[in-house]
Design a protein around this ligand. Structure first.
Ligand code: PMT
Length: 423
């Protein structure tokens, strides 16, 4: 993979610093970025300058610091517009609750918001604030809006806060933010030219016009995988079961809320896909008959006959090589993750399987985070901690893109796109 020291060389990166005690960490971040060859410009809000002096950043970057919107540069150009256009990426660290609110609302009041608003470069946001502010519904809504805009959020960490209390809200450490920046450049476009199909959410098997047998899948995992693939340049089809989250913009959404509809959609889409990721929780059984009328209460026990649904991903696994996509399944297990995942990998004819736990403290279903292990025929390929699902998705694509390239006989580092060999 291209990830590493070279990814930042010569990149124009604007670091926007807002008024938080964590502004001192931006000094380390700027140093790390500069050491990796990035050309770093720093913009500061007025409040940020009360925590760290602009001279500190100017000394590190050997470039002027922008701390007001009325500055012209040496060529009498409007400095914040120049920077917004030149930037390859914008990193807002620390981002206060106020900055998040302004960005989400499209408000401009200083150099930092002006650059973020005017630029078309990808934006990485590393929030820092008191735990109460972070969990406040308005902040969470603003973060969700920014994610919708395509901003990449580096989640704040749990730790001791400026108040002395312990909670979530501490700015991620500079190496973590640096990692996000490096990944951004290493990944940009690495799925370009590929058509990726992702299934997400749960299926609902009707019992009568109002009732169904369903599951708790929210679609968050599949949506994150689809969104990450979109951001890396793939054309994405999301086959959506019942989901509690809005599908990402810019992907083609096919609704399929029963196992039968999911089967039809997946089997139709698979031969056109380069990569199929089956994150949907598909019912293994369905009522033998769905009543046309609402089942009445009778006082007696109700017997429902359940019949097995077809194993959709296994059907794709059996497709001939020229139409079978590179195939990734998920295994949702309450016990014996490794053994069960290995059996599913083999029995369903998958290239990779992503194992995750359901139930208990690491419950993957419905939560915003997930702890997954990826397995191939030779065994476990990953050992990742519990991570936000978007970060899980990024790591999955790092791994999938790499394995896909090898499976299709493409050179390391070669563009993955247009790699499908069809007869
Ligand atoms: O949606 P979230 O709330 O974010 O939760 C995410 C998740 C836990 C649902 C997700 O990470 C996950 O594990 N999805 C797969 C759930 C599942 O159905 O696992 P399984 O072990 O029962 O199935 C194995 C594989 O076969 C899956 O890829 C599944 O999509 C597929 N399958 C299952 C049944 C069926 N009839 N046809 C299938 O293709």
């Amino acid at each position: 993979m291209m990830e590493g020291a070279g990814a930042l060389a010569g990149r124009r990166i604007v670091v926007g610093v807002s008024g938080s005690i964590a502004a001192y960490k931006a000094v380390t971040l700027v140093r790390l970025l500069s050491e990796r060859g990035a050309v770093v410009d720093v913009a500061m809000t007025a409040a940020a300058t009360r925590f760290v002096g602009p001279l500190t950043f100017a000394s590190l970057t050997h470039r002027p610091v922008l701390d007001n919107v009325f500055e012209l540069d040496a060529d009498q150009q409007i400095a914040h517009i120049e920077l917004a256009e030149a930037a390859d990426a914008i990193v807002l660290a620390p981002a206060t609750a106020n900055l998040l609110g302004q960005l989400a609302a499209g408000l401009v009041s200083d150099a930092v918001t002006a650059i973020a608003c005017a630029s078309r470069a990808p934006v990485i946001v590393a929030p820092a604030m008191d735990a109460g502010m972070w969990t406040n519904p308005a902040t969470q809504r603003n973060v969700a809006t920014l994610r919708d805009f395509g901003y990449l959020i580096v989640e704040p960490e749990v730790g001791t806060l400026a108040s002395g209390l312990t909670g979530v809200g501490r700015l991620a450490e500079p190496p973590t933010i640096l990692d996000a920046v490096e990944r951004l450049f290493a990944r940009a476009g690495d799925l370009e030219g590929l058509h990726v199909v992702v299934s997400a959410g749960g299926t609902r098997e009707p019992l009568d016009p109002v009732r169904f047998i369903g599951n708790r899948s929210s679609g968050k995992m599949g949506a994150a995988i689809a969104e990450a693939a979109r951001d890396r340049g793939a054309s994405v089809t999301l086959i959506a079961g019942a989901m509690s989250v809005t599908p990402p913009r810019g992907v083609t959404v096919v609704d399929a809320t029963t196992a039968a509809a999911m089967r039809e959609s997946v089997l139709r889409a698979a031969p056109q896909a380069d990569i199929l990721v089956m994150a949907a929780a598909i019912a293994d059984f369905a009522p033998a008959r769905a009543s046309q009328h609402k089942i009445k209460r009778s006082g007696a026990n109700l017997q429902i006959e359940l019949v097995p649904n077809p194993d959709i991903v296994a059907e794709v696994g059996e497709m001939p090589d020229d139409v079978r996509p590179f195939l990734i399944g998920f295994a949702a297990e309450s016990d014996d993750l490794e053994t069960n995942a290995a059996a599913k990998l083999r029995d369903k004819g998958l290239d990779l399987i992503v194992g995750n736990v359901v139930g208990g403290p690491f419950d993957a279903i419905g939560s915003d985070e997930n702890k997954v292990t990826v397995f191939a025929a030779e065994g476990a390929l990953s050992d990742w901690p519990m991570l936000p699902k978007r970060q899980v998705a990024e790591r999955l694509w790092d791994l999938i893109a790499d394995r896909y390239r090898h499976a299709r006989g493409m050179a390391e580092g070669a563009e993955t796109g247009r790699g499908r060999r069809r007869s």
